[in-house]
Design a protein around this ligand. Sequence first.
Ligand code: HEC
Length: 204
Amino acid sequence: MPSPPNYKHSKPSKSRAGMLLATSGCMPFPLQGVTMTSWWNRIVLGLLVLFALSQFLRPSRVNPPVVAAHTIEANLAVPPEVAATLQRSCNDCHSHQSVWPWYSNVAPVSWLLAYDVRHGRAALNLSEWSAYPASEQKDLLTEICTEVSDSDMPGIPYVWIHPQTKLSDAEMKSVCRWTAAASQAKQPTSQQPATTEQHAPDTD
Ligand code: HEC
């Protein structure tokens, strides 16, 4: 416990917060009697309590089931190397196949990851491609090329933490070659009505 304030103007204790102010000879009242260490301890303790409490706010980390017939691969011809790039670099935020690493359990990182996945899936969901109207599919294909060629996707800090998700120049080119070809092609299966079908045909 802090000792009672010392109103004596002479010889303030050297161990006190007032060390720096000691030369002035007169301590401001609230600082007197509180050591630097005890302020530091309080701050650290406060942060630890906040950290512990924040763990109770658990964001949802759900991968909804993947219906094979709804995926981009089932609805567009995707060359295998492009499919591999999308899986490696985009799936975490733009599909129902997100990988949730151990630190996705730890607040506040968990909140940031969940936020990214929620907004990523809302902007572009490769697992629910068939739900987009044809015109939106076309726009998204164009956007995919733009985002990867500008190196905007995958974004920072994700690429720092997962350097293997960065696209090579060759990969960017093949993504754009594919999006250009795919948006020319007829979109055969857009606007499928949502079904409750649980058993998508097995495709390989
Ligand atoms: C770490 C998560 C994450 C990864 C990985 C990621 N994205 Fe995104 N992406 C987002 C988020 C969040 C948004 C929505 C907010 C925004 O536009 O920044 C988004 C938006 C988009 C959009 C829509 C842009 C618009 O203006 O509507 C496209 C297209 C896109 N991403 C493509 C990709 C592609 C292609 C990849 C893989 C090469 C990828 N993203 C990887 C998080 C991610």
